[in-house]
Design a protein around this ligand. Structure first.
Ligand SMILES: *Cc1c(COP(=O)(O)O)cnc(C)c1O
Length: 462
């Protein structure tokens, strides 16, 4: 299995190099050259397997010879062993044809653990074999950073630096990043918003001398291995509702388009998915783009679902690559236009391609709170604000096809918003009840590439 860049001008890589590299050297994102199909019989045979067994079958064709069969099985087993639910991704029923896929039973209580816990295992195995070290740098609006730190803390061959927007993450998210005591963990509070942090990370990757000097590796949602890990729960949930013989639809609370892009890959592999519904909060660039064809940035408005407060949705580039007929130079051109002028018009052909698979909706702040309150009253299900955005948007897309809405975080990760909506403060699970008593460790940095790079150079372990 070979991987190619969405901008068509970076080296073709195998799985291991794709995973360790993150962002391609031409500024693009890596994608498999071909998506390996699964037959109807192969999908049907997933029914009744454990989550780990399903994960092995679904991901194996993408891995090539990076890991052998037994090693890969072992890495998957270790990745999910720390989850607080034996089903890993349990499915609950909300209404007659509406289901909630709970993706928040991992160690940091958000869906990002599914990808990050696996990536931690994959990196450790690959680096231990080669004896190399890497410096992982990531930007986060909250959940990616805590998931990455939890996945990489204490690993011998890795230093991990997470940039988060100072004052713009929830206290639980911040403490999950600042309280681990491991020497290889570095939380950096940057003056700015999530896009500031993401731009700094991109600029570090484009500074090739720095990139090579510290052997930079990325684990943001642009990392292909993360998308791959997320493909699994689209299959596991659909199969439990009767796929491949019965199609399903998904609604995905979306920011960087990583999670929903995994659903698109599942569909491309042959999973019968009728519609993929993009659910946005008031930062609705993706909803506007799919509605009007204009992908136009508009500044970030902080919301009660902060993990979706973005204006540039990095993984959207991957689906644009397909929508533009896999023409890397066409993608490079629209991305240059986006950088230069803050927006671009999606071509008519590309827009038709996108609308065949995707539809979209937006949820206001008031609608988010009202949905949390209503679901708590009607179903005793306490939603986090991101999941509430998903449920609200899904409710206007219900049909005879079962709808699965992804619940992306545990309500206790966003207790202020949940308490404001329901009057009850959601409790943290027992295993992290002492989070508020642990000492914090963090470095505050300005929005300045040179300052961030020099801090990282000084802090990495020899
Ligand atoms: C990251 C995140 C999202 C958005 O996921 P993307 O893959 O960036 O679209 C939604 N909800 C929560 C809780 C998250 O942490």
């Amino acid at each position: 299995m070979q991987y190619i860049s969405t901008r068509g001008a970076a080296p073709v890589l195998n799985f291991e190099a794709t995973m360790l590299t993150g962002l391609a050297r031409d500024g693009g994102l890596y994608l498999p050259e071909h998506v390996p199909p699964m037959t109807q019989a192969e999908i049907a045979a997933l029914a009744g397997l454990s989550y780990e067994e399903q994960a092995y079958v679904i991901m194996r064709p993408f891995i090539g010879d990076t890991f052998d069969d037994d090693e890969f099985r072992g890495l998957i087993a270790r990745a999910y062993a720390g989850f607080g639910h034996p089903a890993r991704a349990p499915l609950k029923q909300l209404a007659s044809n509406h289901f909630l896929l709970e993706l928040f039973h991992g160690p940091t209580l958000a869906f990002k653990d599914f990808a990050m816990q696996l990536i931690g295992q994959l990196f450790q195995a690959a680096l231990a074999r080669s004896g190399e070290r890497v410096t992982i740098v990531g930007a986060t609006s909250g959940d990616t950073g805590s998931a990455a730190i939890e996945a990489f803390r204490g690993l011998e061959n890795v230093d991990v630096f997470i940039l988060y927007p100072h004052g713009r993450v929830s206290e639980v998210q911040r403490r999950q990043m600042t309280t681990p005591e491991d020497a290889n963990v570095h939380a950096l509070a940057v003056d700015g918003d999530f896009d500031t942090c993401q731009a700094l990370v991109k600029d570090m990757f484009n500074d090739f001398s720095f990139r090579d000097e510290v052997r930079l590796a990325g684990v943001n949602s642009i990392n292909w291995a993360r998308v791959l890990a997320q493909v699994v729960y689209f299959f596991s949930s659909a199969v439990s509702l009767g796929a491949p013989y019965r199609p399903v639809s998904f609604t995905v609370p979306t920011g960087n388009f990583g999670d929903i892009f995994a659903g698109y890959i599942a569909r491309a592999m042959g999973l019968p998915v009728e519609k993929l519904v993009v659910a946005t909060n008031q930062n609705d660039i993706l909803h506007r783009a799919l509605s009007s064809g204009g992908y136009v940035t508009d500044g970030v408005k902080p919301s009660i679902s902060p993990s979706m407060d973005i204006q540039v949705s990095s993984n959207f580039e991957r689906v644009l690559f397909d929508a533009y007929g896999r023409d890397g130079s066409a993608v490079a051109q629209v991305m240059d236009e986006l950088k230069a002028s803050g927006g671009f018009q999606i071509s008519q052909g590309a827009l038709e391609y996108l609308r065949e698979a995707f539809t979209s909706g937006r949820c206001s702040e008031d609608e988010t709170s009202a949905t949390i309150a209503r679901l708590a009253a009607q179903t005793a299900e306490t939603l986090c604000p991101h999941s509430a955005v998903g449920v609200h948007v899904a409710e206007s897309h219900l049909s005879a096809t079962p709808m699965i809405t992804l619940a992306t975080a545990h309500p206790a990760k966003f207790p202020d918003a949940v308490e404001a909506a329901t009057g009850t403060r959601p409790a943290l699970p027992e295993r992290m009840a002492d989070l508020f008593d642990r000492p914090e460790r963090v470095t505050r940095l300005p929005n300045d590439l040179a300052a961030v790079e020099s801090h990282i150079r000084g802090a990495i372990r020899a």
